[in-house]
Design a protein around this ligand. Structure first.
Ligand SMILES: [Zn+2]
Length: 203
């Protein structure tokens, strides 16, 4: 970052400000983390800084499923054991972690990197729907599982995708209603997610 853009902030204030911008971290937590780091050895701080830098330097998007990956295609797309006729559509890469944790699903994924939200000005062109359609047209899929969140944006996105995909003659299913309304997949527990996957129904 350009130091000139913050002429009056010392190192502590600057780090507190940076942490405060992160999701789920308020000013108090930002201060606590900063003072914790201040007590760290230089070696530990270097290791943290290195991890932060390599996040952007080494992680890219898989050219097939748009998941974050260090190698392209990602390990899931590369895995010959996966069922290549099934593709599960999720909003965020973290959702894949949650679904993989159940161990139930053996198909492929597609990460949208968001959901359609007219209220926030996010349209269909702002998320990875074009990539999904290209992929559906270039490959033979038997089933598309819509695993977007069960909140307003997730439902809107699922409806939109369903209308696009159904004419392609691919079965479209939605995770079962066992997921309470407003659920973010990433925070759902294994049992609920497994039930929702197994009980998915045609959409
Ligand atoms: Zn992939």
């Amino acid at each position: 970052m350009n130091q000139d853009s913050m002429p009056d902030t010392d190192a502590i204030t600057r780090l507190v400000q940076e942490f405060s911008k992160l999701p789920g971290i308020g000013p108090k937590s930002a201060q606590r983390i900063t003072f914790h780091l201040l007590r760290n050895s230089e070696e530990k701080s270097k290791s943290l800084a290195d991890a932060l830098l390599s996040l952007k330097q080494r992680i890219a998007l898989c050219s097939q499923c748009c998941n974050v990956t260090e190698s392209d295609p990602c390990p899931i797309c590369r895995n010959p054991q996966r069922d290549t006729a099934q593709v599960c559509i999720v909003e965020q890469p973290q959702d894949i972690l949650a679904l993989e944790h159940t161990g139930v699903y053996k198909g492929l994924y597609h990460v949208l990197h968001g959901a359609i939200s007219p209220a926030e000005g996010v349209g269909a062109d702002d998320i990875r729907i074009r990539e999904l359609l290209d992929r559906l047209q270039a490959n033979t899929f038997r089933e598309v599982i819509l695993a977007t969140n069960t909140n307003l944006e997730g439902e809107q996105t699922a409806m939109y995708l369903s209308r696009l995909i159904t004419p392609l003659d691919i079965k479209v299913t939605r995770l079962a209603r066992g997921l309470p309304y407003g659920t973010e997949l990433e925070y759902a527990d294994d049992v609920t997610l497994t039930r929702a996957l197994e009980g998915r129904s045609e959409f």
